[in-house]
Design a protein around this ligand. Structure first.
Ligand code: UD1
Length: 415
């Protein structure tokens, strides 16, 4: 890697074994949750990615003390005193929004800058606010910041119009210390929700039903510190599995909770891979040209994850026929298409649809990562392409991939 650029000479076959890093989307809400209890938390297998670093800056801003030992993170929340988090990190990433629920829960008021995140379409927070308001919070929209307060948070029947991951997390975070019982209807069922609920239970919360559309939270008066192991990242795992498919490779990924992958193993088989998997590992071997997938739609878990859509677009551009993808979660999430075209792919997109003609002989090009997951997918495409590809915008990839260079090396790639 040279600055924010990565150079890859292809084609190269992915082969090898890798212990997959901790999950970004599990770690971030869990870190937000630490503020709900006073004490010293120990979080294992925490990914050292820029989004986590920004979240930790915010926790420090609120008065927490942070210490790393390898991938073990120690968060001391005993001195938390500031309900305003404003330092450089906020506004850069979307998941700061989960601090709304947790800081409100602990301090009864909160002020955060409007959340940022990847440039993948409009990302409103109306569902978060509506859910929190039903628990008794009141919000004031200021020019650059959002201020929330609640004299007392109380349990309620909360209905989400869409199973938003972040809104589900925020309601859980605010409900655990609320007075009375909250029943959240239409909750997201992503594995990260189950991880957050498991962590909160370790802190003393009373939560049932997570992983289902109805979650019940009985408020408790106090939460305590806890120790937790962050699971491996299902999206990072999926990215490399598509990399193996595209490069006719063979990879074994370890410490991956297979239940977190949903139907991905079956999809890889449909694409022509030989897949073996047990509870916490997966082995994928590809010996042929990828088969097309006539239609795939992104959907909330256990549907196909929007975060792997770009990697699927990249893989299917090399398939032996035409494939069609519909993006139903985010708008403007086909930014990879233009970049893949520069590499010789016959891909077009319009609105929420992308069509891959397949049979692309990808070639090296200068391409730009415009967001986190699309950037990682371009790296997978570069492995399959003939010649050198220069991928700029690697700072987006660093938001979620701790050390993609080192992962690629372990997977047999010369970078
Ligand atoms: C989380 C993940 C992200 C993933 C996404 C969908 C984290 C840190 N990020 O993002 O990687 O792509 O889930 O699986 O966990 N929406 C509204 N109003 C709201 C909230 C959401 O309209 O108040 C819409 C969004 O614009 C989007 C859809 O709902 O179209 C899904 O968003 P949501 O599930 O909330 O995603 P995030 O929690 O932001």
């Amino acid at each position: 890697m040279d600055g924010n650029k990565l150079y890859i000479k292809g084609p190269q076959r992915m082969h090898g074994e890798l212990l997959v890093q901790g999950s970004k989307n599990a770690a971030l809400p869990i870190l937000a949750a630490t503020v709900l209890g006073k004490g010293i938390f120990i979080i294992h297998h925490c990914p050292r990615i820029s989004d986590v670093k920004h979240m930790l800056e915010l926790l420090e801003d609120a008065g927490c003390r942070i210490h790393w030992e390898g991938h073990m993170l120690i968060v001391d929340t005993r001195e938390l005193c500031n309900y305003r988090v404003s330092c450089g990190g906020a506004g850069k990433m979307r998941s700061t929004v989960t601090l709304l629920g947790s800081i409100l829960g602990r301090m009864h008021q909160v002020e955060i800058p409007y959340p940022g995140g990847c440039t993948i379409g409009k990302r409103p927070i109306d569902l978060h606010l509506k859910g929190l308001e039903q628990l008794g919070a009141v919000f004031e929209h200021q020019e650059h910041t959002l201020y929330g307060s609640a004299q007392m948070l109380h349990g309620a029947q909360v209905y989400l119009d869409f199973p938003s991951v972040g809104a589900t997390e925020n309601v859980l975070l605010a409900a655990v210390l609320a007075e009375g019982t909250t029943v959240l209807h239409g909750a997201a069922m992503e594995p990260e929700i189950v991880e957050l609920a498991s962590f909160l239970r370790k802190m003393g919360a009373d939560i049932t039903g997570d992983g289902n559309p109805v979650i019940t939270v009985k408020g408790v008066s106090k939460l305590h510190a806890a120790e937790y192991i962050i699971p491996s990242d299902r999206i990072v795992a999926g990215t490399y599995l598509f990399g193996a498919v595209m490069t006719r490779g063979e990879v074994r990924l370890l410490h991956v909770p297979i239940s977190h992958l949903g139907h991905l193993p079956e999809l890889l088989e449909q694409m022509g891979a030989v897949v073996e998997a047990e509870e916490d590992w997966i082995h994928v071997r590809m010996e042929r040209q990828c088969r097309p997938i006539p239609y795939m739609v992104t959907a909330p878990f256990p549907g196909f994850p929007t975060d792997l859509q770009s990697a699927l677009v990249a893989a299917l551009s090399t398939a032996s026929g035409t494939s069609f993808i519909e993006e139903k979660i985010f708008e403007a999430r086909f930014q990879i298409v233009e970049e893949l075209q520069k590499m010789g792919a016959s891909v077009v997109s319009e609105d929420s649809f992308a069509l891959m003609d397949g049979n692309a002989k990808l070639h090296g090009a200068r391409v730009e990562a415009k967001e986190l997951r699309g950037g990682a997918a371009l790296i997978m495409a570069a492995l399959a392409a003939e010649g050198e590809t220069c991928i700029s915008g690697m700072e987006y990839v660093c938001r979620g991939y701790e050390d993609i260079n080192s992962d690629l090396k372990k997977l047999g790639i010369v970078v």
